[in-house]
Write a protein that binds this ligand. Structure first.
Ligand SMILES: Nc1ncnc2c1ncn2[C@@H]1O[C@H](COP(=O)(O)OP(=O)(O)OP(=O)(O)O)[C@@H](O)[C@H]1O
Ligand SMILES: [Mg+2]
Length: 240
């Protein structure tokens, strides 16, 4: 049975540019995403892709409409509670990586686990190493972001996003600043996470090839879903 993981109902997002000038970024958008889906979101610059992704991850609130994450209505959840839910359920990869510059790769990946407080220090360290190994940074544990290439920094950000086994992995053009080889590695990693672990992945991208490799593809124009195509079946939930 398909299990609904994210549901957006009649989302509208307006911006107040000045006292009497309002801009509608998303007029009325509804969308349901199931566990194990690999969704790519494409669309021209300014079409509302980031806004949509931020709303999905509870980083932005819609002006009206409702957002359900993993069966829970998070529309009116306050910031404090939202931070807690995000730490547990959302792995977010920003367009620019936002690693903490003072900390090593290992420490950056450990951070969400230390905040989550569910693992001991040594468990945290072990899992951080495992995640860095997975993104092939086994020899960069101690490097600070400034001592890593752009592609390596982005892979640290991905490892960090996966730290707390998020229900949903959200990426906002996670390969935007990478050369094609590094970008390809990142795609392959997402693909593997989705196929092997049943990880639900939602990625904004303007890479056509990548978008076509996803299981489902949504094209956004002026905050509206212009097309919603299923390219392959979602991955079955992994055995637990
Ligand atoms: N902080 C803001 N202040 C004013 N306008 C904003 C702000 N954030 C977004 N917008 C407007 O909202 C619209 C959608 O922006 P959004 O960032 O969601 O687009 P996008 O599809 O992610 O674009 P890109 O591909 O360039 O990243 C844009 O037209 C932009 O003008
Ligand atoms: Mg954007």
């Amino acid at each position: 049975m398909a299990e609904e993981i994210l549901r957006l109902e009649h989302i509208q997002r307006e911006l107040e540019l000045s006292r009497d000038v309002r801009q509608t970024i998303i007029p009325n958008l509804s969308l349901t995403i199931e566990r194990g889906e690999f969704l790519a979101i494409t669309g021209p610059s300014g079409s509302g892709k980031s806004t949509l992704l931020y709303i999905m991850g509870g980083l932005d609130k819609p002006t009206s409409g409702r957002v359900y994450l993993d069966g829970e209505d998070i529309t009116d959840t306050d910031e404090r509670e939202m931070t807690r839910i995000r730490n547990r359920k959302i792995g977010f990869i920003y367009q620019f990586h936002f690693l903490l510059p003072e900390f090593s790769a290992l420490e950056n990946v450990s951070m969400p686990m230390l905040i989550g407080g569910r693992l001991t220090r040594s468990e945290t360290r072990e899992r951080a190493m495992m995640l860095l190994d997975m993104v092939e940074l086994q020899d960069k544990y101690s490097n600070k972001p400034s001592q890593l290439s752009g592609g390596q920094q982005q892979r640290v950000a991905i490892a960090r996003a996966l730290a707390n086994e998020p229900t949903v992995l959200l990426g906002d053009e996670p390969t935007g600043n990478l050369d094609s080889r590094s970008a390809d590695n990142v795609y392959r990693l997402f693909d593997r996470l989705n196929r092997e672990l049943g990880q639900t992945v939602i990625v904004v991208t303007h890479d056509e090839e990548f978008a076509n490799r996803a299981g489902r593809r949504i094209h956004l124009v002026d905050g509206r879903i212009e097309s919603d195509r299923r390219l392959r079946e979602r991955e079955p939930a992994p055995a637990t």
